[in-house]
Ligand binder design. Sequence first.
Ligand SMILES: Nc1ncnc2c1ncn2[C@@H]1O[C@H](COP(=O)(O)OP(=O)(O)OP(=O)(O)O)[C@@H](O)[C@H]1O
Ligand SMILES: [Mg+2]
Length: 255
Amino acid sequence: MGEIVGIVSGKGGVGKTTLCARLSLALCADGQKVLCIDGDTGMKNLDLVLGMESRTVFDLDDVLSGRTPFEKAVCRHPDAPGLFLLSAAHDYRARIGKEALRALCDEQKEHFDFILIDAPAGLGDGFAAVAYAAERLIVVATPDVTSIRDAGRTATVAREGSGKRAELVLNRVRPLLMEKGAAANVDEIMDRIGLPLLGLIPEDDEIVIRAGGTGAGRKVSDSDIPFRNTAARLRGKSVKLAGVWKKYLLKNGWR
Ligand SMILES: Nc1ncnc2c1ncn2[C@@H]1O[C@H](COP(=O)(O)OP(=O)(O)OP(=O)(O)O)[C@@H](O)[C@H]1O
Ligand SMILES: [Mg+2]
C-alpha cells in the first residue's frame, strides 16, 4: 500500500515542482513505483520539468470529472519505467475537488509505492485539496526570510488543519553564506518554521539545466545525491545529513 505525499509551500517559486520531479526519479531509481500528480492547475509545470509535455493528452480534470479513465490519462516516463504522471488540467480555470482527489489517491495507492502531489503555492483552494488528499506533507522553503515566514505559516495551517505528518525540505541552500553568517543557518530555520528536516538541497545550476527533460532520469549526476538522500529518508531510511553534505559540497568545490 503506497503513501500519499503532498508537496506544498507558502511562497511561490521555491522548488516544489523541481522537488516533485527529482524526488520521483530518485524513488524510481531505488525501485519504487511512483505516481506524480500535478495539482497546480493554474501554473501547470510538472510535465515540462519531467520532459513529458508531448505525452500528456488527458489530464487530472478529465479523470476527476469522470470523462476519462485514470489508466487512459496517466503517462509513463520515457526513461523511468516506474514513474507515471497525471498532468494538471489544461484549462487553468478548472478546480480540483478535494473529495474527488482524495478518492482518486486512495484508490490508486494500492497500485503505487508513492503518490506525490505537486501543489500550487500559498494557502488557497488548491493547497487545501492537496493537504486533504495527502497523508503526509513536505513543506518546501528556501533560506530567504520571506520564504521562512511563509513556510512557518504553512506548517501551522497544516498542523492545525489536519494534524498530518509534515516535514521540511530546505532548497537552494548556499552553505558559504551560512558559514559566513550572512544567511540563517539550518538549525535556526528549522526552529523558525517548526518542522523536522527531511532534506537539504543546495543551490545548483545543474538542477536548472536538467529540468525540462534535458537529461532528467537518463544519466546519474551529482545533483541526484541530495534528492536520493531525501528519497531514502522519505522511505524511513536513516541517512546522515552532515556526511552527505560534506561529500556533495567538496565535489562542487564549495570548500
Ligand atoms: N536547488 C536549486 N538550485 C537552483 N535552481 C533551482 C533549485 N531548485 C529550483 N530551482 C529553480 O527555481 C525555479 C522555480 O522552481 P520550481 O518551478 O520548482 O518552483 P515551484 O515552487 O514549483 O514554483 P511555483 O510556486 O510557481 O509552482 C526554477 O527555475 C528551478 O529550476
Ligand atoms: Mg510549481
